[in-house]
Ligand binder design. Sequence first.
Ligand SMILES: *[C@@H]1O[C@H](CO)[C@@H](O)[C@H](O)[C@H]1NC(C)=O
Ligand SMILES: *[C@@H]1O[C@H](CO)[C@@H](O)[C@H](O)[C@H]1NC(C)=O
Ligand SMILES: [Zn+2]
Ligand SMILES: [Zn+2]
Ligand SMILES: [Zn+2]
Length: 406
Amino acid sequence: MSLFLLVLSEVLCDVRLEAAVPCNRCSRVAFCSVACQIEALTTHHVVECPILETLWSSGASIICLMALRMLSQRGLKYFLDMKDSLKKDCDVIKTSQKYCPADYRTVYNLVGHPEMRTALDYLLRTDTAILLFRCLKVAGFFNTQPTKPEHELTQDEVFVGGLLLRHLQLLQFNAHEVSELQLESPRTLNSARSVFLGGGLFPTLALFNHSCDPGIVRYFQGTSVIVRAIKNIHHGEMIAENYGQIFTQTPRAERQASLKSQYKFDCVCVPCTDDWPMFKNMNQGIMRFRCVTGTDDGKVPKCNNVICVPTDTSDFMIQCPVCKQYTNILKGLKVLQDTDVMFQMATRLMDEGNVGQALDKYIVILDLLDNTLAPPFKDFHLCQQAIRHCMLSFGNKSVVPKKVTK
Ligand SMILES: *[C@@H]1O[C@H](CO)[C@@H](O)[C@H](O)[C@H]1NC(C)=O
Ligand SMILES: *[C@@H]1O[C@H](CO)[C@@H](O)[C@H](O)[C@H]1NC(C)=O
Ligand SMILES: [Zn+2]
Ligand SMILES: [Zn+2]
Ligand SMILES: [Zn+2]
């Protein structure tokens, strides 16, 4: 998925840039290469160079910098040319136009929830927008000689001020953290952790809904975000990402409260609706078999009921309480044994650093488990966690040796 915007925090440069190319005029940025420096100095950094000092020291958040960067990276003319089409109903997703994430109009239409905001919220955000606006003005973004007294604004200036306010609102709900995996040495994937690098706005990714049991994992390669499935997603099913908390780790009440306050919605994902247990509370004495009644051609309707069977059962023909048909679970039990062995093999491959091969195995296991038992259950989520780990390691990563303290 392509990127609309990327703002990296300063910390990154301290850690990662080995031969940083500084800006000639300010001490606030470093570029990774001369090419990158030249590009920045012909686009956003021309505007930002004189004002970054003020912005950083004002304590502006990364969202504020992003709201400004959205303008500085394209320049005033880009937005003025688009002004009329912004005013119309230009929801490119709804029209027949091709969806193009690089087109600002896809960003302009991202949700900002103006209707839910309080007067105080507006006041504070407008205040920030004014600060950003003044910075842009000082930095020569409007490119005009002052013809009017300071307090009289031109049409263009009012327009840009409005865009800033809009950006601040939509970034609150649509920006993504950009992160990378940090390892202590190239072989220690298991103890790797995700570290925050900065913020990005990916218009396509921003359209994904949330689930506490997400179907994807995301990682970063350069300026792209890669999204990959971490479970079987059936035709017509929603592909959900996760806005912060996963049901295996965080209790439902806490997830719901956090989604409500941060993203203003009541989560009705399956784990929330069915109150799935957290990983540590999953009952290992019970196997959740899928009722196999039904055919793919639809001649016999699918039952899809979940039949709970104790792990120490001596019964192999289990009656489904819903459709009253019997299911033979012997085959399923055999599959579960096989997956146990495969899981050990996959874990060994992982320990040896063969991440690609380990991942292939984990995917086969997850599929077998999913076809036999119905999540949630521990083995499924352990396997999914392993898959997530493998995939994250394909993204950008850094090796930061542990400091040895004497
Ligand atoms: C997200 O959820 C909303 C409402 O539940 C639905 O209308 C929309 O189609 C979903 N979008 C995607 C991309 O899944
Ligand atoms: C990030 O990943 C991309 C693609 O794998 C690679 O080309 C690039 O060099 C990586 N960058 C860093 C800083 O590791
Ligand atoms: Zn500079
Ligand atoms: Zn949920
Ligand atoms: Zn049934």
